[in-house]
Design a protein around this ligand. Structure first.
Ligand code: AR6
Length: 184
């Protein structure tokens, strides 16, 4: 399913984030950038040790990456040249700033991509695995934030969301239909 947000093509696809051929893929990381399961584990496995080396160097220099922030490493052996690491919020019921923090993940990742002159970016559904953010709520935030950013900034050719499995894709497709109805 596709949409046009400002000058940017937006696409929803089912698949594996590590297989994407975009300039950058986004990692659903943790504040210590130490790797983990889910997307994080898959990216480090597929990209090789150079990504972890760069994450460790970043932590030594800057300390932990706060929730909602983003940093970038190279992509190692991935098709994507870069990995943007962002830390989603853990779901504590929605009254602890989770929506704002999740929106920051998408905004800061897109800003980083633009600042580095990248044209195409692929996101997974941040926070909806280990961090237990309800998928339908996360989808609304992801789509609304990406749309607002792309309508305010030119330079990105494609933003892709890569959903793991048919059920996740369906949730995002319904959210995209609602988003189109909301804003036209
Ligand atoms: N490609 C695309 N999506 C995937 C893939 C994949 N290869 N694998 C899982 N997903 P998660 P989080 C989906 O847990 O919730 C890690 O341990 C998955 O079905 O990867 O932000 C980190 O180190 C889910 O919908 O990220 C952190 O500690 C979504 O990607 C913590 O987990 C996100 O699931 C971050 O948790």
């Amino acid at each position: 399913m596709n949409a046009r947000f400002g000058e940017t093509d937006f696409t929803l696809v089912e698949g594996d984030i590590t297989h994407q051929d975009t300039d950058a893929i986004v990692n659903a990381a943790n504040t210590r950038l130490m790797g983990g399961s889910g997307v994080d584990g898959a990216i480090h496995r597929a990209g090789g040790p150079v990504i972890m080396q760069e994450c460790k160097a970043y932590i030594r220099e800057h300390g932990s990456l706060p929730v909602g922030e983003a940093m970038m490493t190279t992509g190692g052996q991935l098709h994507a040249r870069y990995v943007i690491h962002t830390v989603g919020p853990f779901w504590h019921g929605g009254e602890h700033g989770e929506p704002e923090k999740l929106a920051s993940c998408y905004r800061n990742s897109l800003r980083l991509a633009l600042d580095h002159g990248l044209k195409t970016v692929a996101f997974p559904s941040i926070s909806t695995g280990v961090y237990r953010y309800p998928m339908d709520r996360a989808a609304r935030i992801a789509l609304g934030t990406i749309r607002d950013f792309c309508e305010e900034h030119s330079g990105l050719e494609e933003v892709r969301m890569v959903l793991f499995g048919e059920a996740a894709l369906k949730v995002y497709e319904e959210a995209l239909t609602a988003e189109k109805d909301r804003k036209g």
